[in-house]
Design a protein around this ligand. Structure first.
Ligand code: GDP
Ligand code: MG
Length: 313
């Protein structure tokens, strides 16, 4: 639809918060729904730091998904801010998509989320995610465990896989049903409310997490220092590359060593992998140069958190 149809009769729009424990697949769902990579995902919990809005515009609706950091027990200042941010999101949305990991039975952490959501007056839609990890013989039993767990609520529950896409269409149409009637809030082509510069930094951070695994945990922040066009061999667009200078900040000297790796191999790999992601994002060639800097204790210092863009979360 075009912007001229903004006030189309019966059009629905609204904000949906994705709520769930770390690692249940919130960011993977966002990417699947939107059909392109917006949120960074990784097997390491707590990957999502900033609140990211992803926008899905259909003929009759516009759904704005709010990706939230997973709800968990905070261990340091950054953790506390993340949890506050997730809780605040719940207060600002029209409905909640609650995601549980169906690959295991509901546990204590899930009960914490359940109690938080029970108090809400807005609709809750439940995705039992990672259903693809279950054996056929487990289906009935696991579904029953969760339905018993949700007893007393009027939530709609779906078996899903953010990975394969199973159940995603059904989730979207259920969300559309629960949305209030309202105008289109963002232009149709817009899929994300963050500038590309932010996404570039996030893609680099993702490759750091994936390549270094637990060795360099959450003490990583990435800043994009410079972006400029590089022309080689004349001024034709064919030879145009986007030059990006970025700094990866870690808390300890030892982490800097891990990030750089033997003879620079690790940093080279991180650079190559994130360059490919950024090239897809901007649909063009990229020259990426990465630096590593030690900034002791940045996560515990409020001023530093703001510097790295965690001000408003
Ligand atoms: P978040 O912390 O809730 O945002 O979780 P992520 O979206 O980052 O996902 C955490 C991990 O679970 C990643 O390694 C994903 O690839 C994986 N994952 C997410 N959804 C599914 C799913 O439906 N099936 C399987 N097998 N893995 C999934
Ligand atoms: Mg996430």
């Amino acid at each position: 639809m075009s912007l001229g149809d903004l006030n189309q009769e019966g059009f629905k729009s609204g904000f949906i918060a994705l709520i769930g424990r770390p690692n249940v697949g919130k960011s993977t769902f966002i990417n699947k729904f939107i059909g392109e990579k917006i949120a960074i995902t990784s097997p390491i919990a707590q990957t999502t730091r900033n609140r990211l809005k992803a926008i899905l515009t259909n003929e009759n609706s516009q759904i704005i998904f709010v990706d939230t950091p997973g709800i968990h027990k905070p261990h340091h200042l950054l953790g506390e801010r993340l949890v506050q941010s997730a809780k605040r999101s719940i207060g600002e949305v029209d409905a909640v998509l609650a995601i549980f990991e169906a690959s295991h039975s509901p546990g204590r952490g899930d009960a914490f989320i359940l109690n938080l959501l029970r108090k809400l007056k807005i609709p809750v839609i439940v995705a039992l995610n990672k259903w693809d990890l279950l054996e056929l013989s487990q289906f009935k039993e696991r579904e029953k465990e969760y339905l018993d767990f949700f007893e007393g609520t009027n939530w709609s529950v779906f078996r899903c896989s953010a990975f394969t896409g199973q159940g995603c269409r059904e989730l979207i149409s259920e969300i559309e049903k629960k949305l209030p009637v309202g105008p289109q809030l963002y232009p149709s082509h817009m899929t994300c409310d963050h500038p590309e510069k932010f996404l570039m930094a996030e893609f680099i951070r993702e490759q750091v997490l994936i390549n270094t695994r637990e060795e360099v945990p959450h003490s990583v922040a990435v800043s994009i220092d410079k972006i400029q066009d590089i022309h080689s061999k004349g001024k034709s667009n064919k030879n145009l590359r986007l030059g990006i200078l970025a700094t990866i900040c870690v808390e300890k000297k030892s982490q800097k060593g891990i990030l750089i790796g033997k003879g620079g191999t690790m940093l080279k790999k991180i650079g190559q992998d994130s360059r490919l992601q950024i090239q897809t994002l901007i649909n063009g060639n990229v020259y990426l140069e990465l630096f590593v800097k030690v900034v002791p204790d940045w996560r515990s210092k409020s001023s530093r958190l703001n510097e790295f863009g965690y001000e408003g979360i």
